[in-house]
Design a binder for this molecule. Structure first.
Ligand SMILES: NC(=O)c1ccc[n+]([C@@H]2O[C@H](COP(=O)([O-])OP(=O)(O)OC[C@H]3O[C@@H](n4cnc5c(N)ncnc54)[C@H](OP(=O)(O)O)[C@@H]3O)[C@@H](O)[C@H]2O)c1
Length: 287
């Protein structure tokens, strides 16, 4: 697992180990390295421990994931997200390892609903362009696979906490009415990756909810759960300044039929995923 100190990496390592798998959790933090925590720095292209070991599968979830960070430094982040990822994947694939790269809905421009795995890509930001090229290089390798993910919704999404604070204080919130998410839960991501590695699949796979919901619907679910007045949810369009570059695709739900038909994964219900995340947030002590 590369990127195992990140949100998805940490959850996947826990889930796989709970299921009895033997997992090495790669880290770029020198203080955390150890026998089951091989050091992996995609920027330095340095991973001697991984080269010595032998793995059935590797999941690459590491890299610079911020859209703003990729836009601000497209060359520097390309070296990590494309060159580093591809170099690591090549050395793993050369030893017969199945390599699964995590990718994103930003490979599409979000204008078309439910794009399929083989539809033409159309990224509009640096992050999406890097993922397109990283995908291309991974798919050229024997044993190369890609899992494109829509938003993985957890109670840690910062806007949920700030909406909660405002709604409980009787203040209005302004979620975007024209920005969508097709959320999936962390458990669904882990289950998809576990099935992909067990079946040693290759090629492109996509996981999102079965349809998009708006951020306004998400805020309304939270307001209802808190018993707050729904009229405090006042949706509005995202500012033009955000629509270009950082805001993300308009529609984010993929065609997920391959995962459901070939790997038997139920298509996630966006409202259920949103309700679960809200429930987990409300169950936490307030910050
Ligand atoms: N979360 C989502 O909603 C979502 C949706 C679609 C796609 N994805 C994709 O899923 C993957 C994982 O996402 P995430 O949310 O778990 O990201 P994350 O929480 O930002 O974690 C990224 C991880 O990458 C590591 N990393 C950064 N630079 C590195 C380098 N130079 N060498 C090695 N590791 C490095 C980070 O290490 P440190 O912890 O030490 O900083 C961190 O552990 C990403 O590829 C992302 O594009 C995520």
């Amino acid at each position: 697992m590369v990127g195992s100190d990140g949100a998805i990496g940490a959850a996947l390592v826990r889930a796989l180990r709970a299921g009895g798998a033997s997992v090495h959790a790669g880290t770029r933090r020198p203080g955390l390295a150890g026998p089951e925590r091989p050091p992996v720095d995609l920027a330095a292209m340095d991973w001697p421990a991984l080269v010595r070991a032998s793995y059935a599968s590797a999941v690459i979830a590491g890299g610079v994931t911020g859209i703003a960070a990729c836009n601000a430094d497209p060359e520097g982040t390309w070296r990590i997200n494309v060159d580093g990822v591809a170099r690591l994947a090549e050395s793993l694939a050369g030893k017969g390892t199945q390599v699964i790269l995590l990718s994103t809905s930003h490979v599409f421009d979000g204008r078309r609903r439910f794009p399929g795995p083989s539809d033409p890509v159309s990224p509009t930001d640096a992050y999406g362009r890097q993922k397109v090229e990283a995908e291309r290089r991974i798919l050229a390798l024997p044993g190369g696979a890609v899992l494109r993910l829509a938003k993985v919704l957890t109670p840690d999404l910062p806007v949920l906490e700030s909406w909660r604070r405002d709604l409980l204080a009787g203040r209005a919130v302004s979620p975007f009415s024209d920005r969508c998410l097709a959320p999936v839960s962390m458990a669904q991501v882990c289950e998809a990756l576990d099935r992909m590695r067990r079946r040693r699949v290759t090629g492109i796979w996509q996981l999102s909810a079965g349809r998009d919901i708006s951020y306004a619907e998400l805020a309304t679910i939270l307001a209802d759960r808190l018993g707050a007045d729904r009229s405090l949810v006042r949706p509005g369009p995202q500012p033009d300044s955000m629509a270009e570059g950082t805001a993300g695709p308009r529609f984010t739900a993929f065609d997920v039929s391959r995962l459901s038909q070939e790997l038997g994964l139920p298509v996630p219900d966006p409202l259920k995923v949103a309700e679960e995340a809200v429930e987990a947030l409300v169950g936490r002590p307030r910050s």
